[in-house]
Design a protein around this ligand. Structure first.
Ligand code: HEC
Length: 121
């Protein structure tokens, strides 16, 4: 009887071990899918600048920002990398004004981070 009891306990704790392991893997996997976009404060900051202070949405179409202006190139089409955005925003390009002095380097990096990631999705 004792033997049976300990056998049952053993297999039960084995099962619990497997369930715990499964849960751990499951939640790690879930995090991988959902966390990057949601818990990236620089991405969120960049989006706020894109829509607000930087006023990028006034000239550029970008699906993530729900903007559709056609004055500048559609960012979903040109899919600029982060350096290209930093360059354009810092120095200006064509009729696009330079933002050096208007936005801090921190803010320019944030908006470039946001544009390069969101336009490549
Ligand atoms: C007044 C309208 C206007 C505003 C505001 C504006 N842009 Fe532009 N942007 C343009 C135009 C026009 C071009 C194309 C310039 C050219 O190629 O002659 C451009 C080009 C770009 C490019 C491509 C640069 C390249 O190398 O081809 C990027 C990236 C960009 N803008 C990002 C931004 C971001 C980010 C903001 C906000 C901080 C912003 N723009 C604000 C009009 C604007």
């Amino acid at each position: 009887m004792m033997k049976l009891k300990s056998l049952v306990q053993q297999s039960f704790s084995n099962k619990m071990g497997k369930i715990k392991y499964f849960c751990l893997i499951f939640f790690l996997f879930l995090n991988l899918i959902t966390l990057p976009a949601k818990s990236d404060p620089i991405f969120e900051k960049g989006k706020t600048i894109f829509l607000g202070e930087g006023n990028c949405a006034a000239c550029h179409a970008l699906a993530d920002a729900k903007s559709s202006s056609q004055i500048g190139p559609n960012l979903n089409q040109i899919k600029p990398d982060i350096m290209r955005v930093i360059n354009a925003v810092t120095n200006g390009i064509g009729v696009m004004p330079p933002y050096e002095g208007l936005l801090t380097l921190e803010e320019i990096k944030a908006v470039a981070h946001y544009v390069s990631i969101s336009s490549n999705q």
